[in-house]
Design a protein around this ligand. Structure first.
Ligand SMILES: NC(=O)c1ccc[n+]([C@@H]2O[C@H](COP(=O)([O-])OP(=O)(O)OC[C@H]3O[C@@H](n4cnc5c(N)ncnc54)[C@H](OP(=O)(O)O)[C@@H]3O)[C@@H](O)[C@H]2O)c1
Length: 286
């Protein structure tokens, strides 16, 4: 196993997990954190007294702090990065990733799709975008943090994928909470809904490859049910919600999108045709 020198800037919950995984893999790991004491749980780490000292110690510098303003502050304090590879694993907008990349030549933006406890295990997945040569050169090191996937040269792609997964996650969570509230109004405990919810999510997950193909081809032949049929089902969810005194916002939004798609002539198409309504948002709401 090849050992490397690597620096981690930021020792919050995630930064500590990253540094811990690098230490366990045997890499010489230099760490810095704004507040003192955060390296106490990292035996074997070299604790730097300043960002500049930490950066000088290694050819690869990993940044994991909260917010793009903090990333900028930390990297500004680093001074001349002198050809070092900066791997920014802090969350942020794709635009901010592109701006940071423009200031630092050998820059990789990464999005962590895992919890701190998963880092360094097969359950951890991190996506990267930006400087391909830097990724290729240090891929073996990055793999010690978890599965590493390079998405492309556009530095914003990793952040965009993180945002896309977050958007999906909150959609699913609110769907679950809305349904749990609907059942709760009738005295049904959420726990007994879990098997039905899990089966529903698995069913939808199995539809995704076919749906994705239709999106990419821009054609929406009905496979299971037409949009007209789906619209009636969504209306049922709205009506039940209203009757139960549960906020009908989530299904009402879905019904609005489906109604607009039907009005645009997609009633006989598949549910996938609704994507065109996302691409032409209602001006009043956006
Ligand atoms: N935790 C997760 O499950 C998870 C998952 C995926 C991605 N992430 C991303 O990882 C990043 C860090 O998350 P975390 O969970 O480690 O957060 P955290 O535990 O709250 O730690 C925040 C870190 O950012 C540092 N920081 C904040 N503002 C700073 C500034 N102006 N200058 C220097 N350092 C600053 C903090 O330093 P101090 O100790 O001095 O306050 C601390 O090291 C975030 O972008 C987060 O979205 C986290």
């Amino acid at each position: 196993m090849t050992k490397h020198a690597v620096t981690v800037l930021g020792l919050g919950l995630m930064g500590q997990a990253l540094a811990g995984a690098l230490l366990r893999a045997g890499h010489t790991t230099t760490v810095w954190n704004r507040s003192p004491g955060k390296a106490d749980a990292l035996p074997g780490a070299v604790v730097a007294g300043s960002v500049a000292e930490a950066v000088a110690a290694s050819p690869v510098v990993i940044v994991c702090v909260t917010g793009s303003a903090a990333v900028r502050e930390v990297l500004d304090a680093a001074g001349d990065l002198d050809g070092r590879v900066v791997v920014n694993l802090s969350s942020g907008a794709s635009r901010e990733a592109r701006e940071t990349a423009a200031r630092h030549g050998r820059y990789l933006d990464g999005a962590i799709m895992a919890a701190p406890s998963d880092i360094g295990t097969p359950a951890s997945a991190i996506v990267y975008s930006g400087n391909r040569a830097a990724f290729d050169e240090h891929e073996h090191l990055l793999r010690d943090l978890g599965a590493a996937t390079f998405l492309g040269d556009d530095p914003g792609l990793a952040a965009l994928h993180e945002t896309a997964v977050l958007g999906l996650m909150y959609g699913i969570l609110n769907g679950f909470l809305h349904s749990a509230a609907l059942l709760r109004a009738a005295g049904v405990p959420a726990e007994s809904f879990v098997p039905f919810a899990g089966a529903g999510i698995e069913t939808v997950a199995a539809w995704l490859p076919g749906y994705a193909r239709q999106i990419d081809e821009g054609r929406y032949p009905p496979v299971d049910a037409t949009l007209d049929t789906h619209l009636a089902a969504i209306d049922q969810v709205v009506q039940e919600s209203v009757a139960a005194g549960v906020d009908s916002g989530p299904p009402a939004f879905a019904r609005e999108l489906a109604r607009r798609a039907v009005a645009a002539g997609h009633g006989g198409d598949s549910y996938v045709s609704v994507i065109e309504q996302f691409q032409a948002p209602d001006k009043e709401r956006s």
